[in-house]
Design a protein. Structure first.
Length: 468
């Protein structure tokens, strides 16, 4: 963090270069971020004697920890677009108020979440798919993770504002610091100190604390464009942040709800093999996150160029940027689809040596990949709507994919076709949502840009002059 660190020029006419500068660090950051959960699961799955059942316990925690993280996106991804718009308008005071309000919201939410989770550990875990065998491992992991939630929520949320200022490389560094620390600490705590699942959670919390410290130090430097400073939170601003953040929050929160629901379905229809199917699902979801999280990095990491130019009333740059964002997402998912046929089996081997779990997990990955390329359109268009200040479109499209398409399919299919059919809910939701999002964006995008069209403003000014 040297003095004079240069931010990306979000108004640069070289749109492709700007998108790449934003997308690549954000994509790498999210890819590295996946290592938090994957490394935990990999080491936990290899604990001698209890690896598979311990992994099932951590798998039950996975959607809950994702739900906890989603509160960071409620504030971070909700506040970052209006923060970037304020910078585009040249209103630095407004931007500072948004940043300080967001910081206060993150801390308050984190404390509430910690108290809520710690006070109801057993009901939460048993409701979300833990069995009598896996409960103790799930409890050990979630208790430690929840106690450190204030660091993970605040660091993740504020990091979105660093990216929104144009410091995409610093945003990447925030995540890399935590991930590298996690990789180093996991084997130390799990095996050397013999702490098992508790050690995995503790390693994650310490790593997230380091990321938190890095974010705070950077945002309080005098050399940044908009510094974080103590100030009275604005309820009006907080409401705007919450409204804008509903969509990204819903995407992550419903991800968690869906995984939880699927775990319950797998336990119910899996019978005596319920824990085995949850382990399979945990591995398949980990593989999917290798694709969806970096793609989320592309679609959310490039939001500043859309939001900034919306505030600056530059529709031409917005059009060019959106085309390149969609193209980047499609290229990424196509490459990952092809790689999945090569890396699915060795990836699964990182978690388990059980041949049955390995076979089922590789099969599950193949099923999930059916709709992965169309899913790129869903991510690009939904996050594009959020960046342009249109949360109503984003939230409807997000909930349609997760609740109407995925959850209904996951609940209904096993009743007719057995437990394995639950895995087909993912491609059904991905393909259906991609079609709906594309149609909606084609219809709404020109109307959104018309609101800031220079031609429209010129026409209005001419009418005003004639009237006067």
């Amino acid at each position: 963090m040297r003095r004079g660190l240069k931010a990306i020029d979000l108004s640069d006419n070289r749109v492709f270069s700007t998108v790449i500068k934003l997308a690549v660090p954000a994509m790498i950051a999210q890819l590295v971020n996946v290592l938090y959960s994957i490394v935990d699961r990999m080491f936990v799955g290899n604990i001698e004697g209890i690896g598979d059942i311990a992994l099932a316990g951590v798998g039950v925690c996975a959607p809950i920890t994702t739900l906890i993280s989603s509160f960071a996106f409620l504030v971070g991804t909700g506040g970052a677009p209006i923060f970037a718009m304020a910078l585009g308008e040249g209103d630095d005071n407004k931007a500072k108020k948004i940043l300080s309000t967001a910081a206060a919201m993150l801390v308050v939410i984190a404390v509430i979440v910690t108290v809520a989770v710690c006070s109801a550990l057993r009901p939460i875990l048993m409701t979300f798919g833990a069995s009598d065998n896996s409960y103790e491992y799930a409890r050990q992991y979630l208790l430690v993770y929840a106690l450190g939630a204030v660091f993970s929520i605040t660091a993740t949320g504020l990091n979105q504002f660093i990216i929104a200022e144009g410091y995409s490389g610093v945003g990447m560094a925030t995540v890399v610091i935590g991930a590298v620390a996690n990789i180093a600490l996991d084997p130390l705590f799990i095996f050397t100190f013999g702490m098992g699942v508790t050690g995995a959670a503790l390693a994650t919390v310490i790593s997230q604390t380091l990321s938190f410290a890095f974010v705070i130090v950077f945002l309080t430097r005098r050399s940044v464009k908009c510094r974080l400073a103590l100030g009275k939170p604005s309820l009006k601003t907080a409401k705007k942040i919450a409204v804008m953040g509903i969509s990204p929050f819903a995407i992550m929160a419903t991800d968690s709800v869906i995984i939880i629901a699927v775990n319950v379905v797998l336990q119910r229809y899996g019978g005596e093999d319920g824990d085995m199917w949850i382990t399979v699902s945990t591995i398949v979801q980990a593989f999917l996150s290798l694709i969806t999280m970096p793609m989320l990095g592309i679609s959310t990491g490039t939001q500043p160029v859309l939001s900034f130019n919306y505030g600056a009333k530059n529709p031409d740059l917005i059009r060019k940027a959106e085309i390149r964002i969609v193209g980047s997402c499609l290229v990424f998912t196509t490459v990952m689809f092809a790689l999945s046929f090569v890396i699915a089996e060795p990836f699964t081997a990182l978690f388990t040596s059980d041949p049955q779990i390995t076979e089922k997990s590789v099969w599950g990955v193949r099923v999930y990949m059916i709709g992965i390329i169309p899913l790129a359109l869903q991510y690009a268009f939904v996050d594009g709507f959020t960046a342009l200040g249109q949360p109503k479109f984003a939230i409807v499209l997000s909930l349609t994919r997760k609740i109407v398409l995925y959850l209904v399919s996951a609940a209904a299919l096993p009743a007719f076709f057995g437990v394995e059919s639950a895995f087909y809910a993912e491609p059904i939701a991905d393909i259906g949502a991609a079609a709906l999002s594309t149609a909606t964006f084609v219809f709404a995008f020109p109307r959104i840009l018309a609101k800031i069209s220079p031609q429209k403003e010129a026409a209005q000014n001419t009418q005003t002059d004639e009237t006067v």
